[in-house]
Design a protein around this ligand. Sequence first.
Ligand code: UDP
Length: 194
Amino acid sequence: MKTVELLGTKFISSPMEAFVQELNRRLISGQQTFVVTANPEIMMYTYKDPNYAQVLKHADYIIPDGIGVVMASKILKKPIESRLPGFDLMMHLLELATEKNYSVYFLGAKEEVIVKAVKQAAIQFPKLKIAGYHHGYIDFNDTSIIEEIRSKSPDIVLVGLGFPQQEMWIQNNRHVMEKGVFMGVGGSFDVLAG
Ligand code: UDP
């Protein structure tokens, strides 16, 4: 995958379709994958919190979520090919999962929001294999949710705890799982819930 380096971070510079196919290749080969959707707010935060900066170093792909990143890339004369909004990527992953029979776990948002979001996902993709879901107001030291997700062995885990928690959660817990694409989706469940 082509990347563009901006202020020390390598962003994916690719059209959405090609990036989704890249994730599909990783799913087929069973490689675990950590995707971060980054906007300028997230990039600035890495300067404040070295722990978070460290977590981002473990990401397999950092995608340019906000238009601000794409604009900055143009100003710095290292243009990123296209913006990859986190919400759009999440919807493309749901479509891919439906086509290829990959199971998806949804973690995050308020209880009523995640229930609605999962319902919406099932309406839009009736054949989607939903491994499970849980709201995001969890005790980060409580391992029962991680155990639940592990036992369901999902192919894709969407984590909407907001940044920086969602990336911290992914990096702290993904080693427990054998496989999976893990992606921080921010407030996307709220959008999907409508
Ligand atoms: N959230 C959560 N647990 C928390 C804090 C936040 O599940 O402890 C959820 C919140 O309900 C919302 C999302 O995380 O669905 C954060 O959305 P926001 O737009 O604030 O995050 P960003 O897109 O800026 O990362």
